[in-house]
Design a protein around this ligand. Structure first.
Ligand SMILES: Nc1ncnc2c1ncn2[C@@H]1O[C@H](COP(=O)(O)OP(=O)(O)OP(=O)(O)O)[C@@H](O)[C@H]1O
Length: 681
C-alpha cells in the first residue's frame, strides 16, 4: 500500500462525501416539490393528485432521502471495497450508489446490491469472473486508514482476516450489518429473486438473521416497485430480538420495513386473557384450521321447502332442487362465507327475476329486486340457510354450545381436547390464542384486506411458530414470497416445528427451496464444541455448526453462592472489551439483577429470551435451572435442554458458566478431553 495510493483513496472518499451531501439536498428539494404539488392539488378541487405514479414517485423520493440522510448524518464510511476488472473498469463498492448529478453513467460508488457488486463477494481465484483485483478498506470511524488488496491473478484470495476482524470487533449494542464481509454462500441466498421462497435451517451463529435482513435490503433495491407498493415485513420471536436487529435495515438505508412479533401482527399481543397451557396447545394445533373452517361453513342450513316470494301480485317460487343445486355450486366455487352468501343471493334473485320476467313480460327493475330481497320469506331463507356471521359470534358458539362444539370437532379432536375449547363466562377475556382463532375464522368469512398483506415476509426463528401462527403469517403474504429462517434445535415453544417441510406447508409454501447453513461465524470452536455436545439430545436431526474461528474460552466456576459468583464473574469479564451478557434462569433473574454493576456494557437476559442475541462474553448462570425451564408448564423433556443450547451459543469470544447445582449430564462428553467443564470451586 503506497502513500500515494492511500492519499488518492482518501481524496476519493472526501469527494464522495461531498457528492452525497449534494445528492441529499436535491432529493430534499424534489420531496418538497412533491409536497407542494400535493397541497396545490388539494386546494384545487378539480385537480386530482398526480395519481398512482405521482404517489409512487413521492414514495421513492422519500425513500431516497431517508437512505441518503442515513449516510450523510452518520459517521459511516462511504465505501468498503473496490474491484478492478479485466476490461480496465473499476468500481468502489459501498452501502449506496453515489454519482454526480451531471454524470450518472460514471458512479463514484456502486451500491453493494447492484449486479456488478455481486462479484465483490463471489469472485475467487478459481472463478475470477473477470475480476483481477479486490481491495478491502479499513476505517477508524469514518476515517479511511488503510486497505488490503487481493490480486486474483497471483492466486491471492483471502478475505478471512477482514471477516475475523469484523466478527471479533467488540459489540457495543444492536446487531450490525455485514455488507463489507458477506460470504459467497450467504451472497447466493441474499440475491435470490423475489419469486423464490427460501427456507434456511442453520445452526447457531451461522448468519441466518444476517442473511434474512440483507436479503430484505437486496429485494427492496432490486424490486422497488413491487415492494414499495405492497411492503415488506420482518417477523421475529420477541421484542427483545426486534430491538437487537432494529438497526440493521436502517443502516442499509431501509426504514420502511415493519418489524413485528407474530402476536403484534395479529393483535394477539394485546390479548387481555390467558389460557391454561393445555388449552393453548389445542388452540394452536393445526387441526384448529379445519375446526374453524367447519365452524363457519356448518352454519349452512338445510333447504326444507321451496322458497316463495310475492311482488306486485305475482307469486314466484324456487324449488328445493334449484336452491340445493345453487348452494352446492356456491360451496365449491367460493372460498369465503361472505362471497358465498353474495353468490347465493345472486342465484336466488336470478331465479326470481326470470320468473317475474316470464310472467310480466317486463324486466325486473331495481325497485322490484329490492322488494323481493326484503320479502320476509327471502330474509328468513338467508337467515337459516346462509346467515350473516361475525368471527366473534362463531367462536363464541364454539366455546359455549356443547352440541355445536361436538359436531365441529368430531373426528378431529379427542373428547378431552374438544372439552378444552369450552369457553369461560361471557365476561372471560380473550387470550392470545383466541385472537389467533378469530383471525382464522375471519379469513373464512372474507379475504384479508390488501393493505394488510406484504409482497415479501422474512420470518426469523420460524421453528417456534405454531401451525396457526404460520397460517396467520401466510395469509398476509400477498405475493407469496418469503424468507424463512430458523433452527429446529432451538425450538422452545410447546408447538415448535419438528421438520421444515411441514412448517413450510403451514406457511403456505410447499414449493420452498430448502437449504442448510453450517459455517458458524459467531461462536468460536471451544464454545461451539460445548453446544454440540448437547445437540444430539435435542430430538431433532440437524447438522452441527463448524466454527470458522479457532479459540474461544470456556471457564466453569462452581460456587455455593451462585449470585455472588456471578457478580464476580461479571466484574472479571468487564476487564475485556465488549458487551457482557448474563443469561440466567427465570427464578434467578431478580437476585442476579440486584448484584450487577450499572452501565450499558452488561445486559441481563432471562434464558427464555436469549434467542437470536449475542455478546462478546456470556456469563451463564446455573445451567441445571435453565434446563428445568418450563414453557408455560408444557415443556417436553428436551425443551429445557434446547434453552441450554441457545444459552451456550450466544458468546462471540468467552463463556463463563457459574453453577451451584451439578452441571447437566449432557454437558459431559465421555469421549472428549474436556478441561472446559472441569469445574473450579
Ligand atoms: N459474513 C459475515 N461477516 C461478518 N459477520 C458475520 C457474517 N455472517 C455472520 N456474521 C455475524 O455472525 C453473528 C451471527 O449471525 P446471526 O445472528 O445472523 O446468526 P444466526 O444464524 O441467526 O444465529 P442464531 O441461530 O444463534 O440466532 C452475527 O454477529 C453476524 O453479524
Amino acid at each position: 500500500m503506497s502513500e500515494a495510493e492511500l492519499r488518492a483513496e482518501i481524496d476519493h472518499h472526501d469527494r464522495v462525501r461531498d457528492v452525497v451531501a449534494t445528492m441529499r439536498e436535491s432529493t430534499v428539494a424534489r420531496l418538497e416539490k412533491f409536497e407542494a404539488d400535493f397541497v396545490e392539488s388539494k386546494q384545487n378541487r378539480f385537480a386530482h393528485d398526480g395519481g398512482p405514479d405521482h404517489n409512487m414517485g413521492q414514495a421513492m423520493a422519500k425513500r431516497g432521502e431517508e437512505r441518503l440522510r442515513k449516510l450523510a448524518d452518520r459517521d459511516v464510511p462511504m465505501f468498503f471495497g473496490r474491484l478492478w476488472f479485466d476490461s480496465g473498469a473499476d468500481y468502489h463498492v459501498g452501502r449506496l450508489h453515489v454519482a454526480h448529478e451531471s454524470d450518472r453513467s460514471q458512479p463514484l460508488v456502486v451500491d453493494w446490491r447492484a449486479p456488478v457488486a455481486e462479484r465483490f463477494y463471489r469472485a475467487s481465484v478459481h472463478a475470477p469472473q473477470d475480476v483481477i483485483r479486490r481491495r478491502r478498506f479499513g476505517f477508524n470511524g469514518s476515517t479511511l486508514t488503510g486497505f488490503e488488496d487481493e490480486d486474483l491473478r497471483l492466486g491471492q484470495d483471502g478475505g478471512s482476516d477482514a471477516l475475523a476482524a469484523e466478527i471479533e470487533r467488540p459489540r457495543t449494542g444492536p446487531m450490525r450489518d455485514i455488507v463489507a464481509t458477506i460470504q459467497p454462500e450467504q451472497d447466493e441466498l441474499i440475491r435470490r429473486g423475489l419469486d423464490t421462497t427460501l427456507c434456511v435451517q442453520g445452526a447457531p451463529g451461522t448468519g441466518k438473521t444476517a442473511v434474512g435482513l440483507h436479503r430484505a435490503a437486496w429485494l427492496l433495491y432490486s424490486f422497488p416497485d413491487r415492494l414499495t407498493r405492497s411492503g415488506m415485513l420482518v417477523v421475529g420471536p420477541n421484542e427483545n430480538f426486534l430491538t437487537y436487529i432494529s438497526e440493521v435495515l436502517p443502516a442499509l438505508g431501509e426504514r420502511s420495513v415493519w418489524q413485528v412479533t407474530v402476536d403484534q401482527l395479529t393483535g394477539a399481543a394485546d390479548a387481555p386473557g390467558r389460557d391454561r397451557p393445555e388449552v393453548s396447545l389445542v388452540k394452536h394445533d393445526a387441526r384448529m384450521a379445519e375446526a374453524c373452517r367447519r365452524a363457519v361453513w356448518n352454519h349452512r342450513g338445510h333447504v326444507e321447502d321451496r322458497l316463495v316470494a310475492l311482488h306486485d301480485g305475482i307469486r314466484m317460487a324456487l324449488s328445493v332442487d334449484y336452491l340445493t343445486n345453487a348452494i352446492d355450486r356456491v360451496v365449491t366455487t367460493r372460498h369465503t362465507w361472505e362471497a358465498g352468501r353474495k353468490a347465493l343471493e345472486q342465484a336466488v334473485m336470478h331465479g326470481f327475476e326470470r320468473q317475474f320476467e316470464e310472467r310480466t313480460r317486463r324486466s325486473a327493475d331495481g325497485r322490484t329486486r329490492a322488494a323481493i330481497k326484503r320479502h320476509p320469506s327471502v330474509k328468513e331463507f338467508f337467515d337459516t340457510v346462509w346467515p350473516r356471521l361475525t368471527a366473534k359470534q362463531v367462536l363464541r358458539k364454539l366455546g359455549t354450545d356443547e352440541a355445536f362444539r361436538a359436531e365441529i370437532c368430531a373426528g378431529l379432536l379427542t373428547a378431552e381436547e374438544t372439552e378444552l375449547l369450552q369457553a369461560g363466562k361471557r365476561s372471560a377475556k380473550p387470550s392470545a390464542a383466541d385472537i389467533l382463532l378469530l383471525d382464522e375464522v375471519q379469513a373464512q368469512l372474507r379475504p384479508i384486506e390488501p393493505e394488510q398483506t406484504y409482497a415479501h415476509i422474512v420470518v426469523d426463528e420460524a421453528q417456534d411458530l405454531s401451525p396457526m401462527q404460520c397460517r396467520a403469517v401466510a395469509r398476509r403474504n400477498g405475493a407469496r414470497s418469503m424468507t424463512v429462517l430458523g433452527d429446529l434445535a432451538q425450538g422452545t415453544t410447546p408447538w415448535a416445528a419438528a421438520d421444515w417441510r411441514t412448517q413450510m406447508a403451514h406457511l403456505g409454501h410447499d414449493d420452498a427451496e430448502h437449504t442448510e447453513l453450517t459455517t458458524g461465524y459467531r461462536v468460536p470452536a471451544a464454545i461451539i464444541e460445548l453446544g454440540n455436545r448437547v445437540l444430539p439430545h435435542l430430538g431433532v436431526s440437524v447438522s452441527p455448526a463448524r466454527s470458522i474461528r479457532p479459540g474461544g474460552t470456556v471457564d466453569v466456576i462452581g460456587s455455593d453462592d451462585v449470585v455472588t459468583a456471578t457478580a464476580d464473574a461479571v466484574e472479571r469479564a468487564l476487564l475485556d472489551e465488549g458487551l457482557v451478557g448474563v443469561i440466567a434462569p427465570d427464578d434467578l433473574v431478580d437476585s442476579v439483577r440486584a448484584v450487577l454493576p450499572a452501565g450499558d456494557r452488561v445486559e441481563l437476559v432471562a434464558s427464555g429470551l436469549a434467542k437470536g442475541l449475542e455478546y462478546d462474553h456470556v456469563v451463564l448462570v446455573e445451567p441445571a435451572d435453565v434446563v428445568l425451564a418450563t414453557d408455560e408448564g408444557l415443556a417436553r423433556p428436551d425443551v429445557g435442554l434446547r434453552h441450554l443450547y441457545v444459552a451456550l451459543t450466544r458468546a462471540v469470544s468467552r463463556l463463563t458458566i457459574v453453577h451451584a447445582r451439578p452441571l447437566p449430564a449432557e454437558l459431559d462428553d465421555a469421549n472428549a478431553v474436556a478441561p472446559a467443564v472441569a469445574s473450579r470451586h
